[in-house]
Design a protein around this ligand. Structure first.
Ligand code: SF4
Ligand code: SF4
Length: 83
């Protein structure tokens, strides 16, 4: 995990990619309104960025998301999209 200043993101990202480093963007997904709170995506998320709140409604933490995109294919409703 690397914190990069906003104005240097493009330069640093391109440099890393040129050196064959896989670059993921933090907070890379969005949960859409058609989510039915089934929880299928929760077990796949390595950082607990997807979780249930006290009412068993799905919540998403932008801060915890490392952009791995493992959750995308887990959703039966296609309710998670890459931003
Ligand atoms: S992209 Fe990865 S880290 Fe982010 S919510 Fe999905 S599974 Fe979790
Ligand atoms: S798998 Fe899809 S429908 Fe189920 S909780 Fe996650 S986003 Fe919602």
């Amino acid at each position: 995990m690397l914190d990069v200043p906003e104005d240097k993101i493009k330069t640093i990202t391109e440099s890393l990619k040129e050196n064959n480093v896989i670059v993921n963007k933090k907070g890379r997904v969005i949960v859409l309104d058609n989510c039915i709170d089934c929880g299928a995506c929760i077990s796949l998320c390595p950082t607990e960025a997807l979780y249930f709140n006290g009412d068993f409604k799905l919540e998403f933490s932008y801060e915890k998301c490392i952009g791995c995109l493992l959750c995308l294919d887990s959703c039966p409703r296609y309710a998670i999209e890459e931003m």
